[in-house]
Design a protein around this ligand. Structure first.
Ligand code: TZP
Ligand code: MG
Length: 207
């Protein structure tokens, strides 16, 4: 299985953008384009609903040794061999997520400020999301934090840091120039004419 340290482009398959009938096809396209970490996110979906999809997507991701992370519901990791879970500031603390999973898994945490990033490392997260960097329709209620703290967070936090929020190929260079090494892209990738080509373009820029 690919280690987090090797991961640069994190793709989220968000059920708000992808029809349930397309999940495995989207996962395959992401992998072909070089996405090296995938999350399944279904805001408002129950554990049962999300769990049913996780199984199918995991069959695809495991074939290419790509970790699959499930959003919000650590208990799913008890039933299905996903590699990790992702929790937000209002979700289970990292320690509780690990307990609910009942086995050794990756736990990622969303952070929206430098202080939250430092706290997430103290809490024992394996990686963090840091953002939203720019305003985003995917998380419309969160004010963007901008590029300013990206360098500082990389200096002070030694976890893999994935910048997230409103990132696309047109603004990616500014995020890289601000110090980012890893990014999450949701809507720009899922809405792209070709997910494969879009992901290739991003991975080239991050290389
Ligand atoms: N957390 C912070 S911003 C965000 C999440 C889940 C959404 C990112 O989506 P997009 O479409 O790439 O802006
Ligand atoms: Mg959450």
């Amino acid at each position: 299985m690919r280690g987090l340290g090797e991961c640069r482009l994190y793709g989220i398959i968000d059920l708000g953008y992808v029809d349930e009938s397309n999940l495995t096809r989207v996962a395959e396209q992401m992998l072909e384009g070089g996405v090296d970490l995938i999350q399944l996110r279904g805001k408002g979906k129950s554990v049962e609903e999300l769990g049913a999809h996780v199984d199918r997507v995991h069959e695809v991701t495991s074939l290419s040794s790509t970790p699959l992370i499930v959003n919000d519901h650590p208990e799913i990791a008890r039933e299905i061999a996903v590699e990790g879970v992702h929790v937000g500031q209002d979700d289970d603390p990292v320690k509780v997520a690990r307990q609910k999973a009942g086995r050794t898994i990756l736990v990622g945490k969303s952070t929206h400020s430098f202080e939250q990033a430092v706290a997430a490392e103290g809490e024992g997260a394996d990686y963090i999301g840091f953002g939203p960097i720019f305003a985003t329709p995917t998380k419309p209620d969160y004010p963007p934090i901008g590029l300013m703290d990206i360098r500082r967070v990389h200096q002070e936090v030694s976890l893999p840091i994935f910048c997230i929020g409103g990132i696309n190929v047109d603004n990616l260079q500014s995020v890289i120039d601000a110090g980012a090494k890893r990014v999450v892209i949701v809507s720009a990738l899922l809405n792209a004419h070709s997910i494969v080509d879009y992901a290739r373009c991003v991975t080239d820029m991050l290389a």
